[in-house]
Each structure stands twice: as C-alpha cells, then as structure tokens.
Write a protein that binds this ligand. Structure first.
Ligand code: BYC
Length: 331
C-alpha cells in the first residue's frame, strides 16, 4: 500500500523491448542484479514494495512478542525471547538497508509505517493472549517465515538475497525455541496442554494466510516468479508448510484445527480446508483485532526512542569531526 511517491513513477512505457529482453536474459542466466545495475522500473518497484513490507513486518513483529518479555516464566525463556525480539529488530534493519539501495530512504519508509499507510504481514494483527502464543508464534509464524524466506536467499536481487541468509539462520533458532515451548506445554499439566492447543487453534489459520492469496488471486506472483524474486508461488509454499508442520503437531500430541485435513497418498501431501479469505481481507485492510494498537504502539516506541537517535547522531557527528582535525590542530 505504498504511496506512489515512495515507490516512484511508473516509467515502464519508456523501456525498450531490447532492454527488457536483455534484463530477462541476465535473470535467466541466474546473474545477481546489484543496486547500480540497469533494471526495469517495475522490477525496482516490486522490490521496494516487497522488501519494505518485509522490513515493516519484522519491526511490527517485535510488538506481539515484546508484550511477553516481562512475563516469561523462567530466566532461560526470558533470555531466549529477548534475543529473538532483538533479532527481529536486526532483520528489519538489514531489510531497510537493502531497500535503501533501490532509492528509498529508511526515514521515508518509517514515516509510511507510522502514518499507517504501509503494509506489513497480516499475522501481526492478532493478539498474544497467553504464554503458549509465544510458543505458537515461534513454531508456526517463524516456521512459515523460514519456508518463505529460504527461497528468497536465491532471489535475483543481490542485497535482498544476502540479507536473507543471515535472517534464515536466526529464524531457525526462533522456530526451535517456539516448538520447544509448545512441546513442554503439551507434555505438562492438563491445563498447560489445553493452553498449547488453544494457541494452535488460534494461530493455525492466520499462519496459513501469511503466504498470501491463492495463486489465481496473486497480483504480483507471476511477474515476481519470472524475475526470480520469488522462486515458489504462494500456494506451493503454503502446501510445503502444511506438509512439514502437521507431523510436528502430531508428534507433540496436538491436533491441527482443520476437520478437512487428510493425507493424500497420491499427491504425497495433505488435503486441507479452505482459508477464510474474508478474514484475511479484513485484516489486511486495517480491520484486524490489533491493527490500530500496533500502529499506536509503534508510534510510541518511535517517540520514546527519539533521544537514542539524537544521541547516536551526536556521537556520529563527534567522531566525524574528530576524523577531520585540521593539520595545525593535530600538530
Ligand atoms: N499480509 O500478489 P501477492 C517474519 C498482499 S515477518 C499482508 O501474492 P506478493 C517474522 C501483498 O502485499 C514475515 N499483505 O503479493 C517477524 C499484495 O498487496 P500490495 C514477513 C499481504 O508480494 C517477526 C497483495 O496482498 N515475510 O518473518 O507477490 C516475528 C497481493 O498479494 C499478505 C515477508 O514479508 C499478508 N500475509 O506475495 C516472527 C516475506 N499476503 O503490495 C516472524 C517476503 C499478501 O499489492 N514477502 N499480501 O498492496 C513475500 O514473500 C511476498 O510479499 C508475499 C506476498 C508472499 C507475502
């Protein structure tokens, strides 16, 4: 939902067919595209849109889990959650940096987010009601993120692909710690097991929505696949995720809240029920349970952090001044 100003004007009509064909040949040869290389305006716009949304998702994604840091049940859990939330902040920063190489500034992107004009993943507009939600987020949300992001390590745009390598390593730890929380709860008291099952019930369908609309409704999917920004379609990744996750739920004795879920030996994958797309559309268009709270809290965090930005700037200024000591002063 980026404003036209941020993504840039559509100048695709001025690009010659030879230019577009030469660019596509580079993509087909698996060459990485770097920021200063000539690229179609549509390619640049698609990347600014996707990387920007991805960066915002990481930053907003800190909020639902940050909500539980002070209430983590043990010191070990608190340390792991604190590290995870800090990692998400770091991911946002790599991604803003990758987007900046395409001609948008971090300040511009931040302004769009704070004004409630930028998109971020639908998943972060659901509330974290119990400690088990922290397990479910790590297991399912980071699990879905890994499924989506491993192929992005081979994205045709160099800075995005390189950022994803480190992000995926960290997401793997996040997924493990979430699954471990769920495993412990599932083998705990009756009440703990119920809490884990309730979290799975609430997070399962929103996690499937993370992969985006069906391929037939995906506006950008085909072009992004042709440009090798995306390597798998939304539905392909969603299927992979379901096939990997259902056995994990069974292993810890929890049941996936989908009555239509059934192993299909012919396709070697699960048949499953349909997502409630009206819920998805409502959440994406700002009507989710937590959309307003997330933007309010993000604005508060930004305002509260003003002194840190000012101090960092003053420090950088001081260092820069020191490095430019005039010759006579240095003697
Ligand atoms: N939520 O044509 P489509 C994380 C939008 S954070 C909201 O298929 P595309 C983590 C889509 O933007 C995980 N909007 O689009 C952090 C488009 O709208 P616009 C975030 C969605 O781009 C903290 C329209 O629907 N991961 O890992 O080809 C803690 C049509 O869709 C959603 C990424 O961002 C959605 N779920 O495919 C824990 C990964 N789905 O822009 C974990 C990178 C679709 O035309 N992004 N839309 O207004 C992608 O891979 C792709 O952008 C998507 C969508 C698969 C998400």
């Amino acid at each position: 939902m980026y404003s036209q100003g941020l993504i840039g004007a559509d100048s695709s009509t001025t690009e010659s067919e030879e230019f577009l064909a030469a660019f596509q040949s580079r993509i087909d040869r698996e060459e990485k595209i770097e920021p200063n290389d000539p690229m179609p305006e549509g390619y640049r716009r698609t990347l600014v849109r996707q990387i920007g949304q991805h960066a915002h998702s990481e930053i907003v994604g800190m909020l639902p889990e940050g909500n539980w840091i002070a209430r983590a049940p043990t010191l070990r859990r608190k340390m792991a959650l604190l590290a995870k939330v800090q990692d998400e902040g770091g991911h946002g920063l790599y991604l803003y940096s990758a987007a900046e190489t395409l001609g948008v500034s971090r300040e511009q992107m931040t302004e769009e987010l704070l004004a409630g004009k930028a998109k971020y993943s639908s998943i972060f507009n659901y509330p974290t009601l119990t400690w088990a939600d922290i397990g479910a987020i790590g297991w399912l949300v980071d699990g879905a993120a890994i499924m989506n992001q491993i192929p992005l390590c081979r994205c045709s745009f160099g800075p995005y692909a390189r950022a994803m390598i480190r992000v995926c390593k960290e997401e793997s730890f996040h997924q493990r710690q979430g699954y471990e929380i769920m495993m412990e709860l599932a083998k705990g008291s009756e009440e703990q097991k119920e809490m884990a099952q309730d979290a799975l019930n609430r997070w399962w369908w929103p996690s499937l929505m993370m992969f985006g609309p069906h391929d037939s409704d995906s506006q950008h999917g085909d072009q992004s696949m042709a440009w090798k920004i995306k390597r798998f379609s939304n539905d392909q990744l969603r299927e992979k995720f379901i096939n990997a996750t259902v056995p994990q739920a069974k292993f810890i004795g929890l049941s996936v809240p989908d009555p239509d879920l059934q192993w299909n030996a012919e396709k070697q994958g699960y048949d499953h029920g349909e997502i409630d797309w009206s819920e998805f559309k409502a959440v994406v268009s700002g009507e989710g349970q937590m959309n307003r709270d997330r933007i309010r809290d993000r604005n508060k965090a930004h305002d509260d952090g003003a002194w840190v930005r000012e101090a960092a700037l003053a420090h950088a200024q001081k260092r820069a001044n020191k490095q430019h000591i005039p010759q006579e002063a240095a003697e």
